[in-house]
Design a protein around this ligand. Structure first.
Ligand SMILES: *Cc1c(COP(=O)(O)O)cnc(C)c1O
Length: 360
């Protein structure tokens, strides 16, 4: 069996081996030290130099998206959302759920986000921009520079869901003037699902304290920020994932650090893309993350192809939701997979395509 999925991914044996040892209880100095060290390292990887600026939640990424809305938005904010697929739409749905008004830039499938889309919203009094920097549903990686410039020009806060770009592409919160970064355990960090992290700029930390009351009791960020200063959380955290994180950070460090890590993913990504393109398979023209490659099918059903690959070979790739379900599949390049695994995937993918075309 092999997972070429986006998360959960093939977990590294070093990370799984944490289960061979026992875990200390979380209300101890020993555990606090692990948390402080880990979050400091992740903050470094994310490029945020603000001290004690990262909290972690025992919840998947969507909860972190919602909690950010519940804690980082003020009454009179004017909000803009980049809505280029399932995850952009999710921000819209969450804002709607909380009855918070917003405008959105709705991209059509295959439409690249450019300066022009943002121009319409220039000098219109917007205060916050929400974006999923890598729109995982289509694979489009937005240009952080145009978003960052736009926010700087309009003195807006920039809230980035970086869940599916972190540790696959370059990312730096300080350099891009990003105020919130949301990540989660099962994507770039290649850990079990169930933990998400939120990282804040200095001005966002101040704003959270200004916010009179969080819309969520369980996810009251002030409580998490106060607690994290001593390496703690208000409620019982996913202790086992923290141990996994500790082991993963060690693995990244020992493999040469962040740049080498990202380079290895890029290598797998380029290797896969070269192969599929040489076999006349089609990938989108817009800018892509190293984390995944979407394949576009016109003559066979992509969803059926995924089922055949799974049932016949126990190889898992990601389907696509909504209207693209029958046209797109997505192959991930993160996790414990090798170039040989990719050779095998491509070979079997081609078999399945032939089978569906009725040639076998
Ligand atoms: C995976 C992902 C999420 C989180 O989804 P969960 O199922 O809640 O973990 C959020 N945003 C993006 C861009 C993602 O890729």
């Amino acid at each position: 069996m092999k997972l070429f999925t986006l998360g959960p991914v093939e977990i590294y044996p070093e990370v799984l081996s944490v289960y061979n040892n026992s875990f200390v209880h979380f209300r101890t100095d020993e555990y606090s030290d692990i948390v402080k060290n880990c979050l400091q390292s992740v903050s470094k990887l994310i490029g945020n130099s603000t001290k004690d600026s990262m909290i972690y939640l025992t919840a998947s990424g969507t909860a972190a998206m919602e909690a950010t809305i519940e804690n980082c938005i003020l009454e009179n904010d004017k909000i803009l959302v980049i809505n280029g697929g399932t995850f952009g739409k999710r921000f819209c749905q969450l804002l709607n759920w909380h009855k918070i008004p917003f405008s959105s830039i709705d991209l059509k499938w295959n439409e690249t986000l450019t300066y022009k889309h943002l121009d319409n919203f220039d000098k219109e009094g917007y205060t916050v921009l929400f974006v999923n920097l890598h729109e995982t549903s289509t694979g489009q990686l937005y240009n952080i520079e145009i978003l960052s410039d736009f926010c700087k020009r309009n003195n807006m806060l920039l809230i980035v869901d970086a869940i599916s770009t972190f540790l696959a592409d370059d990312y730096n919160m300080d350099a891009s003037n990003i105020d919130v970064t949301i990540i989660s355990s099962q994507k770039g960090l290649c850990l079990s699902p169930g933990m998400s992290m939120v990282s804040f700029s200095d001005r966002m930390l101040n704003r959270i304290y200004k916010n009179s009351k969080s819309a969520s009791a369980y996810f009251d960020f002030k409580d998490y920020i106060d607690n994290i200063k001593r390496g703690q959380t208000p409620y019982t955290p996913a202790v086992h994932i923290m141990y996994q994180l500790q082991s993963m950070l060690e693995l990244i460090k020992n493999s040469g650090g962040k740049q080498v890590w990202i380079h290895t993913i890029k290598e797998k990504c380029d290797y896969f893309r070269d192969q599929v393109i040489s076999k006349n398979l089609k990938i989108p023209n817009y800018s892509l993350s190293n984390m995944l490659t979407p394949l576009i099918f016109e003559d066979i059903n992509a969803y059926e192809l995924i089922q055949v690959l799974k049932n016949k070979y126990r190889i898992f790739v990601n389907p696509c939701g909504g209207e693209l379900a029958n046209r797109l599949l997505r192959v991930s390049h993160i996790g414990n997979t090798s170039l040989e695994d990719i050779d095998d995937l491509v070979k079997k993918l081609l078999f399945c395509i032939e089978e569906l075309k009725g040639a076998i």
